[in-house]
Structure formats: C-alpha cells, structure tokens
Design a protein around this ligand. Structure first.
Ligand code: URQ
Ligand code: ZN
Ligand code: ZN
Length: 486
C-alpha cells in the first residue's frame, strides 16, 4: 500500500476552501478531513501555511508535435515532467492527422509517442479532412477510445485547415456522438492573403507575423464557428482566445443562451505584441505563435472574460521550438515554426497575476486551472477536485514562495522562456501524481512512462455533468417544425 497523509493544509476546490488533512492511498484520495490518522507505513507531508489544490489540468499542449517541417523540442516525457514541476498533473494533447491520413492510424501513432509520459494525459483529435471514413473513425474514437473532443483548425491553409464543409460535417457528427467540437479560430484564407501582402511589401521579419493575423481575422473565425454551432445546436469550445473580438463574440453568444466555452493561454494574458519588434531575430521569432501576442489592450478583455465566466479555462498551447528551428523563417516570417512554451509556468503566472492582484479568489484559480477543464472534457470529479475517490493528483501551493521564471531553471527542453525574468509570488512546493511525490522543493522525480492514457466518456446518457448535449437535444426537439399537411 502506498499511503501519504498531507497534514495541516487548506484545501481549495472550485466551490470552497477549508482546513483539512488529505489521505491518499494507492493513487486515490481516501479521506479528506481534520485530524486524520496516518495508516502504518504512510509517509507524511506537512502542508501547514500552504494550500492543497487539485493538480492543474492543461487542456492544450503539443508535445512531440511534427509541425512546419520539424518536431517540437519537448516530447511526452520532458513536457509532462516540466508540467508537474509547475503543478500541472494532467495534459490534454492533440492527435493531428495529416489530410487524407486515417484518423485511427494517427491516433495509434500518438498513443505510441505518449507511452513515455510521466503524468496522466488524454487526447483531442483534430479533423483535418473529411469523408465517410473520418465520420466512421470519429465514432470509433468516441465509443472505444474515450475521445470526447475534436479539434478544427480554421487556420493553416494548404496544411491542416478545415473549410466550412468539414466544419459543418464534423460538428454535426460531434453532436451525434456527444463530443465537444473545438476550434482554432483564425480565418486561414485571410492569413494566407495578408502573409503574401506583407512579403510583397518586403516585411519578412517576425514583425510580419502579427501584421498578417490581426484580431479581426480571429474575431471573424470565432464568430463563424459559433454561428455554425448555433445552427447545428452543438456546444463549441474556442481554444486560445487572444483578443477582444473573439472574447466578445463568445460573451454575446453566451448572453443569447448558446453553449460556447473559451480558453485563454497564460501567455496571452501577460505578454504583448512588442516582442515582435525586438531587434534580435531569435527573440522576436521565439514568440511567434498563433494567434499572436496582442496589443496590451486585449489582455484586459481576457482577464474580464475569465472573471465574468464567459471564458472558462487556462492553458499554454505548449509547443516549443528552439532558435535553430525558428531560424527556418530567418528571411520569411511565415516559415517560422509557430509555437511557444509555458506548461511549467502557467499556474505560477496565473496565481501571481490573478490571485495576488485580487482578480481571482483561490477557488476561482482552481476553477480556471483545473476544475473547469475537467468538467468541460468530462474528467470531473476524477480530476479537478480534492475529494474522496478522486485521483491523488495534488499540489501543495506555497503562497509566499517567490520564483524568478527563466530558461535557466525551466525543465522544458525549449531554449526560450516567454516569461523570462518574471518574478512571481506563489509556487508549488510539492506535486503528487497518482499519489506519488513527483516534485518536492525543486527536486523533480518524474518517472518516464508512469503517466496513464485517460479516457474521457462522451457526453451522453448518465455520464458527464448534467450533459449539455441532452439539454441541447431537448431544445432541438422542441424546435422541430411540424410539416404542413397539404
Ligand atoms: O495552432 C496551434 O495550436 C499549434 C499548431 C501550436 N502552435 C501555435 O502557434 N499555437
Ligand atoms: Zn491553435
Ligand atoms: Zn495548439
């Protein structure tokens, strides 16, 4: 029996916080309460003065991603190890089939890559093309493999971009299956045209990246995806919302009663577009990711979206390329591999810029870093809360610890840190994954292959939390027209 008793801490869940000890036995939470006794042989952790949080969930990472002619620096071991050093104990990554590649083939490939993961993981599957076999494989993935979310890139023309026909077919299939459609919302046709215009003007450096992907390009795609979902009566989750235009499109739809959910990257909350005007190519290129970092004014819209509940989760889109890889675009910004890191820093940045500033309560912090993602992707209450029966994925959070975030101390294999030099107050002192201590006061003990693939049931029938799909189906039935007898 592997038992750990965490004593003297304040448990923080998304709904409340309270003084309690937490007993973990064989990878699950066995008891939560005051004055718990440790079973014989149990190890003890003193959490006095600290908060005991559910392990963070990052619903948007790309470990070991083949993209734009190269492969990310972090694989599933190094990426999940870095995540646990920052308090994140579950990632939801992406299977991204090449166009015309059978979904099941891509899925098996990614499952193989992820066997080295040190923490638990799950997969969204991207729909990058369409025919009857894709429709069939989506069913297999939902019914047999525990996939309940499908990603659609509206950007990346001539690569993995979805046209409206694919969006409509796939969203409809998602509704049939009880799966959440998600979108990368940028109009890829506009991006392609604006990239060409920038190059025709001789703008070839990284400063051309944001200029070719203005907020209006994201706002249009977000609005279009939301409108398609509305007509089809399916919920929709917009990933990496980066600008006011997309955030307000989501807020408007929600106010009108539509089931739309939004995700915000930690980077988009605190990094702005001045990085692209840095004179050093490598520094500017290191920040090339899509959607790009925006003018500061957009950050307030994102904070307000999270505070008001119109945006729901935080993520990182951890997708690290080194300077040599980024140099592929030295003379053409459109060839710079898109992606930045952050999987280790997310929770510390959000605590420092969110909780310490009074934007979020500690419970709201848990909601946006763990519980909401668990609920939206049907991992709750196995993940996302400190409760009996949940997985023993826990973080002992020291609210007075200070850290300076830097590439020099990060555990990612990337060679850049978009939060370089930022000093934060509040950091994980200990991380437990499946009840095992994997991080303790700077000592990372991530075990290659210890992570498990986590199945996520579809949102139909008894599973899920008050399935939004059933309520939508009821709404659709009520709205079903009756044919006129003639
Ligand atoms: O678009 C994404 O989410 C992937 C390809 C990572 N890269 C990025 O720039 N966000
Ligand atoms: Zn994306
Ligand atoms: Zn991504």
């Amino acid at each position: 029996m592997n038992a750990v008793l965490i004593q003297g801490g304040t448990v923080v869940n998304a709904d409340r916080e309270f003084q309690a000890d937490v007993l973990c036995v064989d990878g699950q939470i066995a008891a939560v309460g005051t004055g718990l006794d440790a079973p014989a042989g149990a190890s003890k952790l003193d959490a006095s003065g600290q908060y005991v949080l559910p392990g963070g969930i990052d619903p948007h990472t790309h470990m070991q991603l083949p993209f734009m002619g190269t492969v990310t620096m972090d694989d599933f071991y190094s990426g999940t190890a870095a995540a646990m050093a920052g308090g994140t104990t579950t990632i939801i990554d992406f299977v991204i089939p090449n166009p015309q590649q059978p979904l099941m083939e891509a899925y098996q490939t990614w499952r193989g890559w992820a066997e080295k993961a040190a923490s638990d993981y799950s997969f969204h599957v991207a729909i990058t093309w369409w025919d009857e076999s894709v429709k069939r494989d989506m069913g297999t993935l939902v019914q047999q493999e525990g996939v309940n979310s499908f990603k659609h890139f509206m950007a990346y023309k001539n690569a993995i971009m979805c046209d409206d026909e694919t969006l409509v077919n796939s969203f409809k299939r998602c509704l049939e299956l009880g799966a959440m459609p998600t979108v990368h919302a940028e109009n890829g046709e506009l991006v392609f045209l604006l990239q060409q215009e920038m190059k025709d003007l001789g703008v070839l450096g990284p400063e051309g990246h944001p200029l070719s992907r203005p907020p209006a390009v994201e706002g249009e795609a977000a609005q279009r995806a939301i409108a398609i979902a509305n007509v089809l009566n399916v919920p929709i989750y917009v990933v990496h919302v980066s600008c006011e235009e997309a955030a307000s499109a989501i807020a408007r739809a929600r106010t009108a009663g539509q089931r739309v959910y939004g995700e915000v990257l930690a980077g988009h909350l605190v990094v702005d577009d001045s990085v692209y005007r840095h004179p050093d190519f490598a520094t500017a290129a290191a920040h090339v990711m899509s959607p790009p970092f925006r003018e500061k004014t957009h950050q307030e819209a994102l904070w307000r979206g999270l505070q008001s509940g119109s945006l729901h989760t935080t993520a990182t889109d951890h997708c690290t390329f080194c300077a040599e890889q980024k140099a592929a675009g030295r003379f053409d910004f459109s060839k710079i591999p898109n992606g930045t890191g952050g999987v280790e820093e997310r929770m510390q940045v959000l605590w420092d810029a969110g909780v310490n500033t009074g934007r979020f309560t500690r419970s709201e912090f848990v909601a946006i870093t763990s519980a909401n993602a668990a609920k939206l992707f049907n991992l709750y209450p196995r993940k996302g809360c400190v409760a009996v029966g949940a997985d023993a994925d826990l973080v002992l959070w020291d609210p007075v610890a200070t850290r300076t975030l830097s590439v020099k101390t990060q555990h990612s294999k990337g060679d850049y840190n978009i939060f370089e030099g930022r000093t934060v107050t509040g950091a994980p002192s200990h991380t437990l994954s499946q009840g095992k201590l994997v991080f303790a006061n700077g000592d990372l003990r991530a075990e290659r292959g210890a992570g498990r693939y986590i199945k996520r049931p579809a949102f139909t029938g008894a599973t899920g939390h008050g399935s939004h799909f059933e309520s939508l189906a009821r709404k659709a039935r009520l709205a079903t027209p009756t044919p006129v007898a003639r």
